[in-house]
Design a protein around this ligand. Structure first.
Ligand code: FAD
Ligand code: NAD
Length: 396
């Protein structure tokens, strides 16, 4: 048939919104839409710091894709993409091949380790349901091990590398969980050390300084030990080397030092910066009118020439915009320029605590924590309507 084929790679914040909007806007037989994702569920990344620390169940951070999309309108393929072949408009999956007329790439980021020796091998990172199950189990196991070898206090030292939003949200949760673990395993709290190590001269570099100070104060009171202006230089099975050679011994390093785009994109021959493609104003890859790149895989600059940080917020807006432009392209109508509308940033600092800037106003403490919940509920509503809010909302 000559119905155009649209293939969407990745059902994250970007890809799921592209799919949902296409399903709504396309007329019957206007296009064949296929959505490919590694798992048959979508995960709510913005919630992953909780199951990683063990303050919530990982089940609450995922939703079956079949509950979100209309499978009469969109073909869902559970598979892993292994290669993108732009020269013959094909995507190679681990177990098959798809051909496309239009492609949307939204496969999310990967941890950026900047070539720091040992990090890729010995550190864990918060990036998926499986990765957070590993972190949670690993932390519990260290408490259990310590009981058998009480001289090994290094088992009770936990290192979080990077105090960006991911690092800060995670240490907030872990600081809440540690007293529970101490009770459960009958361990003296004063033996447990939770470090957050940050290379820049401040935690949350670039964020409102007053809120950063408030946040660090809250976390310090919960027992987080900050090492600011201190870079991780090396990681081994026995801990990390920081700054000018100091060793911190630990069996648990969680790397939250930044993310990059997906390696498959570089391998496909696109020009990239740290695995991300600088897209045009319509979200297309340069030189490829039929390929849209969204979310953490894309790179866009603001008026001051600075890259927008890779967030769920921008990924969602790009998902909506790419769907609009795909429909327009198929109908031979003019495309719309993408303009990011920044609603702000709100971060949690563990139970009942948070910091944020939203709609030009600053929030801290309980108010910020509520706002964070509201943002999460709004997301559930956008992707799954009231039923999803009722099913998952109470857990967020
Ligand atoms: P993702 O949401 O990462 O989705 C990518 C999808 O592609 C996944 O489903 C993945 O399984 C799939 N995939 C990957 N590779 C393949 C493959 N080879 N084959 C098939 N499928 C594949 N941003 C905010 O704006 N607000 C927040 O509060 C916030 N909190 C965060 C908290 C944490 C702990 C983390 C880690 C990030 C947070 N972020 C937040 C950032 C945000 O999660 C990302 O920017 C966002 O998820 C990017 O969306 P995406 O669609 O590009 O990719
Ligand atoms: P990030 O890049 O924002 O932060 C990484 C931090 O690690 C930086 O502060 C950096 O200076 C530090 N770092 C880098 N190398 C280091 C080293 N060798 N030693 C010590 N520290 C080092 O990464 P992230 O926190 O994972 O965030 C990724 C994206 O997701 C960002 O765009 C962020 O805004 C977004 N996010 C948002 C929220 C939220 O809105 N609540 C939560 C999590 C993540």
């Amino acid at each position: 048939s000559n119905i155009p084929k649209i293939v969407i790679l990745g059902a994250g914040y970007g890809g799921i919104l592209t799919a949902l909007k296409l399903q709504k806007q396309l007329n019957y037989n206007e296009a064949d839409v296929t959505l490919v994702n590694k798992h048959d569920y979508h995960y709510i990344t913005t919630h992953l710091h909780m199951p990683a620390a063990g303050t919530d169940n990982p089940e609450n951070a995922r939703v079956n894709i079949s509950k979100l999309i209309d499978e009469f309108k969109i073909d869902f393929v559970k598979s892993t993409v292994v290669q993108i072949r732009t020269q013959d408009k094909k995507v190679i999956l681990e177990d098959g091949t798809l051909s496309y007329d239009y492609l949307v790439i939204g496969m999310g980021g990967e941890p950026e380790t900047f070539g720091i020796p040992g990090l890729a091998e010995h550190a864990m990172s918060i990036r998926s349901i499986n990765s957070v199950r590993l972190i949670r189990e690993h932390i519990e196991y260290q408490f259990a091990r310590y009981k058998r070898e009480p001289h090994r206090t290094d088992y009770l030292t936990f290192i979080v590398g990077g105090a960006g939003f991911t690092g800060i949200e995670f240490v907030g949760e872990l600081a809440d969980r540690i007293p529970q673990l101490c009770r459960e395993f009958d361990v003296d709290r004063s033996l447990v050390k939770l470090y957050n190590i940050e290379a820049a001269p401040s935690a949350l570099p670039g964020f409102d300084p007053e809120l950063v100070e408030y946040g660090m104060d809250v976390l310090t009171k919960k027992g987080v030990i900050f090492r600011i202006g201190t870079a991780i230089k090396e990681c081994s099975p026995d801990g990390v080397i920081v700054g000018d050679g100091e060793e911190i011994r630990s069996k648990t390093v969680i790397w939250t030092g930044g993310i990059r785009g997906n390696r498959l994109i570089e391998e496909a021959g696109f020009e990239t910066m740290r695995g991300r493609v600088k897209v045009d104003e319509f979200l297309r890859a340069p030189g490829h009118e039929n390929i849209y790149i969204i979310g953490d895989n894309s790179l866009m600059f603001n008026e001051e020439g600075r890259p927008y940080p890779p967030t769920a917020q921008i990924a969602m807006q790009q998902g909506v915009a790419s769907a609009h432009n795909l429909v327009a392209a198929i109908r031979n109508q003019p495309l719309k320029t993408f303009a990011f509308s920044n609603k702000g940033t709100v971060a949690s600092l563990g139970k009942g605590e948070g910091i944020g800037v939203a709609m030009g106003k600053k929030y801290q403490g309980r108010k910020a924590a509520w706002l964070k919940k509201l943002i999460d509920l709004r997301y559930l509503f956008i992707i799954g309507g009231i039923p999803l809010v009722l099913r998952k909302g109470k857990f967020l």
